[in-house]
Structures are given as structure tokens and as C-alpha cells.
Design a protein around this ligand. Structure first.
Ligand SMILES: *[C@@H]1O[C@H](CO)[C@@H](O)[C@H](O)[C@H]1NC(C)=O
Ligand SMILES: *[C@@H]1O[C@H](CO)[C@@H](O)[C@H](O)[C@H]1NC(C)=O
Ligand SMILES: *[C@@H]1O[C@H](CO)[C@@H](O)[C@H](O)[C@H]1NC(C)=O
Ligand SMILES: *[C@@H]1O[C@H](CO)[C@@H](O)[C@H](O)[C@H]1NC(C)=O
Ligand SMILES: *[C@@H]1O[C@H](CO)[C@@H](O)[C@H](O)[C@H]1NC(C)=O
Length: 371
């Protein structure tokens, strides 16, 4: 009887190997199979291979994380389905992010997700200078992820676990990634890693401390509202939400009046969650000689750009020299080349009502499911 029970338990939780793993709500742990190019589990100390096509990210710490980036120089938008894993350490059979690539990181631990906001010279990961980038997630056009067969783990709960919901925004000089590690009846993992705001960009979708270029910090943080959710009122102790699809004027418990949801693009998320217990390290490094990664010090070092006062990176003048990447449009990038630029008001106006409807439906669905 004991062994039957134990077997049933193991069948029910195939991915969790640690007996101390918390009992997570449905939808948090990925139960499907690992992508075909990935090792069966996250593994430290795998061989160097800068031609690897493995697609397994681990998001564990300020100095232990991976990103998806193109296998060869190409815009993110054109390579989303076949991007590969690049890791700060030798792990997961993945490619290694060369030392010096990442110039700032804020690693946040919250009750519902881990999140990294980061800066770097991501031309070293084959992203052309000036590329506005894009958004990657486990859904994708074919339902099997962008990239296809991409998987994400974190050990933040005490052991390596595969998480079902995550999102990565990445362009040539900035990225943000959230891995959703918990859920409750208000917020599903899918809500908290909502992946259809790809024109809104990092600061909106993953609020946090973006003033970290040059800093490497690890913090605890409060839980943000899911991307695009705005609290509107509290009814019988339950927070109601709307999105920015509809104009709404409400009053907070403290008495302040606010309006959300007009048809222009909202400037920001409702709040930036506060963080605490921040610990900084001077830098992150794996100590792997650049030559072992097929790079030379001179060829791979980024030119020392002076960013314009607007924050627009000075990408055009140095782009052609960095790491062999070539972007025909780099010199024309006059705007803030963030992942964050809403490029089409029309597209957004069409998107918002869908999000509003979805938010209402999923909120109701969650309540029905959990009660
Ligand atoms: C791997 O990724 C695919 C596509 O997103 C997903 O269906 C599957 O559940 C994931 N498997 C694991 C073990 O993470
Ligand atoms: C590196 O990865 C590529 C793609 O998976 C594979 O074809 C190649 O054999 C690997 N090289 C080594 C030395 O393992
Ligand atoms: C779910 O968690 C959030 C964030 O901690 C919290 O605000 C909310 O009240 C929780 N919902 C329930 C039903 O406990
Ligand atoms: C981040 O800092 C590096 C080093 O100072 C700089 O080259 C780069 O342009 C900065 N990135 C952004 C997005 O400002
Ligand atoms: C580069 O510019 C051309 C012409 O304006 C445009 O068609 C193309 O989409 C641009 N590529 C990128 C990556 O922005």
C-alpha cells in the first residue's frame, strides 16, 4: 500500500524530485515533456559548445541564469522559434554568455515569480545592434513555445523545477525575464506571466528597478499585479480588476482618485512593487577565457558608447565592429531602442479589449475553479 501510494504520488508530480517541494497549485509546474534539444534536467558543468542548440533556461540567481538568443546573428523577431539558450555558467548543454556581456542585473524574488531585469551588450549573443527585440514565452504561434521546445527551470523553491509559465523580453541592450513559480485563486501562473503584451515592453510588463545598469543586485520584492491588471475596487474584501481597455475612475481605500484605461497607451503599470533586503555583488563572471568561446578580447569588447541624454543608445557607430553582428538599420535607430516601444496605437487599441475580456473571464474562471 505504501509503495502504491508513493508511486501514485510520483506519477502525479513527475518533475519534482525534491520531497520538500511545496505543493504548488495547478498550472505552475510544467508537466509536458522536455524539448528535444534539451538535456533531461538542468545540469551544471556541461561542456563548452558555442554551437549548441539546447533550449533549456535556468533562472536561479544574479549570476546563474540563461537567456534565449539567436543561434547566429539575426533579429529576435525573425528567430523566435529557433533561438537557443545562453547561460552565465557552463550548464544545460547551453552556450555560455561571455564574461563582460552583462552590465547590470536586478534579480527579484517574490512569492509568485522570480524576475530578472538586465542590461548588456547582447550583440555578443547574436542580437544585431539596434534590434528592437521581441517577446518569448512557452506558447508561441504553434503552441509549443517560442522557441519551440524551449523550457525553463528555477531552483528558487529549493530544488530544480520546470515551470510552465515564463516570459522573456530581449533586445540588443536590455532584457527582462519572469518565471512564474506560484499561483492562487486570484492570480494564475498564466496571469502573472501573461504573454500577450509584447508591444508594451519590460518596464510595463515587469515593473521593478530599471536603474541597474552597472549594478548587480538580488532583492526580495512584493508581488506586482499581473501585466495589464489595474485594481479598481474592493467588493466584500475581494479586489476587482480592470485593464486599460476601459476608462475607469475609482477611489482607493486611502481616498485618492485615479483614472485608468483610456485608449491611449498607459504610461506604466499600476505600481512598482517595493523591494527589500537587496544585496549587491561587484560583477558576475564565469572566469571562462574568451578565447575558449571563440572570441578575442579586442574583437568582442564593446566600444565605449556614450548614451545620449534621452537614453537612446549610441548604437550605430559601434555596431559594425562588435562581434560580427550586422544590422542594416542600426544607424537609423533614433528612438529609444527598447523592447518597450509600442509601435502601433491601432494594434494596441485592438488588443486591449481582448485583454479586458480575458481578464474578466479568467478572474471568474479562477474563482469558479478554486471554490
Ligand atoms: C517544455 O516546453 C514545452 C513547450 O512550452 C512544454 O509543453 C513542456 O511542458 C515543457 N516541459 C518541461 C518539462 O518543462
Ligand atoms: C555542439 O552542439 C551541436 C548542436 O547540438 C552539435 O551538433 C555538436 O556536436 C556539439 N559539439 C560538441 C563538441 O559537442
Ligand atoms: C493571492 O495572492 C495575492 C498576492 O499576494 C494576494 O494579494 C491575494 O489576496 C491572494 N488571493 C487570495 C484569494 O488569497
Ligand atoms: C549600460 O552600461 C554600459 C557600460 O557603461 C553601456 O555601454 C551601455 O550603453 C548601457 N546600456 C544602456 C541601455 O544604457
Ligand atoms: C530595416 O529597414 C527596412 C527598410 O526600412 C525594413 O523593411 C526592415 O524591416 C528593417 N529591419 C529591421 C530589423 O528593423
Amino acid at each position: 500500500m505504501f509503495s502504491t501510494l508513493a508511486a501514485a504520488f510520483m506519477l502525479a508530480l513527475p518533475v519534482i524530485s525534491n520531497a520538500q517541494a511545496p505543493n504548488l497549485p495547478p498550472g505552475v509546474i510544467a508537466t509536458g515533456t522536455m524539448g528535444p534539444t534539451n538535456p533531461p534536467a538542468p545540469t551544471m558543468g556541461t561542456a563548452l559548445n558555442q554551437s549548441s542548440v539546447a533550449r533549456l533556461l535556468s533562472v536561479n540567481a544574479v549570476d546563474d541564469f540563461c537567456l534565449f538568443a539567436p543561434p547566429a546573428p539575426q533579429d529576435i523577431g525573425d528567430s523566435e522559434t529557433f533561438e537557443v539558450a545562453w547561460c552565465t555558467k557552463q550548464r544545460n548543454n547551453a552556450r555560455v554568455i561571455p564574461d563582460g556581456t552583462i552590465t547590470g542585473v536586478s534579480f527579484l524574488k517574490t512569492d509568485f515569480y522570480v524576475q530578472i531585469i538586465g542590461y548588456g551588450d547582447l550583440t555578443k549573443l547574436n542580437i544585431p545592434a539596434g534590434d528592437f527585440g521581441g517577446e518569448l514565452d512557452p506558447h508561441g504561434a504553434f503552441g509549443d513555445g517560442n522557441p519551440i521546445g524551449g523550457n525553463v527551470t528555477s531552483n528558487i523553491l529549493g530544488s530544480d523545477m520546470n515551470f510552465a509559465e515564463w516570459m522573456l523580453y530581449i533586445d540588443f541592450n536590455q532584457f527582462c525575464i519572469r518565471v512564474c513559480t506560484n499561483a492562487n485563486s486570484t492570480y494564475s501562473a498564466g496571469n502573472m506571466c501573461w504573454h500577450e503584451l509584447d508591444e508594451m515592453g519590460c518596464a510595463f510588463v515587469m515593473p521593478g528597478n530599471y536603474n541597474v545598469n552597472g549594478t548587480f543586485e538580488t532583492c526580495d520584492a512584493d508581488v506586482a499585479y499581473p501585466p495589464g491588471w489595474y485594481p479598481t475596487a474592493t467588493v466584500n474584501g475581494v479586489t476587482q480588476f480592470s485593464t486599460f481597455a476601459q476608462r475607469f475612475t475609482g477611489t482607493l481605500p486611502g481616498g485618492s482618485v485615479y483614472t485608468v484605461g483610456d485608449l491611449t497607451t498607459p504610461a506604466s503599470a499600476f505600481t512598482t512593487p517595493s523591494s527589500s533586503n537587496c544585496v549587491t555583488v561587484p560583477t558576475i563572471s564565469n572566469g571562462i577565457a574568451l578565447a575558449s568561446l571563440g572570441l578575442t578580447q579586442a574583437g568582442s569588447a564593446p566600444a565605449a558608447n556614450t548614451a545620449a541624454a534621452t537614453g537612446a543608445p549610441n548604437s550605430g557607430s559601434s555596431g559594425s565592429g562588435s562581434g560580427g553582428s550586422s544590422d542594416p538599420n542600426a544607424s537609423g535607430s533614433a528612438s529609444n531602442a527598447k523592447t518597450t516601444q509600442p509601435s502601433s496605437a491601432t494594434a494596441n487599441a485592438q488588443l486591449y479589449p481582448m485583454i479586458a475580456l480575458w481578464a474578466v473571464l479568467s478572474g471568474v474562471g479562477a474563482i469558479v475553479l478554486f471554490h
